[in-house]
Design a protein around this ligand. Structure first.
Ligand SMILES: Cc1cc2nc3c(=O)[nH]c(=O)nc-3n(C[C@H](O)[C@H](O)[C@H](O)COP(=O)(O)O)c2cc1C
Length: 145
């Protein structure tokens, strides 16, 4: 069965909630999904063995969080070319993090990206739950589901 890895970087938990919903969407399409905190990714091997990836960070001070920046340098060495990819994150007003992650996955890692980054103010407000699950379904579809 195809398998996706959903990695989140959060300060107050909103981005983790989005990650869980994305994983639900992936599973809905019949693929497996594992959700991990970015702190659990310590070496490039921790990123290997999956068919698709969603990387997410909240935006603070106009940037992705430090933990996600560090993980992207590890991911650069993990040979993710051609794998399905998406990016996400909770934000307040500008939401740069998911955009920057998406651009890195597309341009540097050369992944097979879904339509665009997912930026949500909250997983639980304004249709956020549905949007996050649908985003996961989009990744699941790329995995053949
Ligand atoms: C000190 C601080 C700085 C922030 N800077 C930004 C920012 O530059 N742009 C933005 O869109 N949101 C910003 N936010 C809002 C957070 O992105 C928002 O609260 C988000 O839901 C946090 O997600 P998390 O629970 O995953 O950490 C900031 C919040 C705080 C407390």
């Amino acid at each position: 069965m195809a398998k996706a890895l959903v990695v989140y970087c959060t300060r107050t938990g909103e981005t983790k909630a989005i990650a869980e919903l994305i994983a639900e969407g992936v599973r809905f399409q019949g693929a497996e999904a594992e959700v991990v905190n970015v702190t659990e990714i310590k070496k490039e091997q921790d990123l290997q063995g999956y068919d698709g990836y969603a990387f997410g960070s909240a935006t603070y001070h106009g940037q992705m969080m430090q933990g996600m920046q560090t993980m992207l340098f590890l991911a650069e060495k993990a040979n993710l070319e051609g794998k399905a990819g998406g990016s996400f994150g909770a934000f307040g007003w500008s939401g740069e993090a998911p955009d920057r992650i998406y651009d890195t996955m597309k341009n540097i890692f050369k992944m097979d990206m879904v339509s665009g980054p997912l930026r949500l103010k909250s997983a639980s407000l304004g249709g956020g739950t549905q949007m996050a699950q649908d985003y996961g379904k989009g990744i699941g579809k790329k995995l053949g589901g």
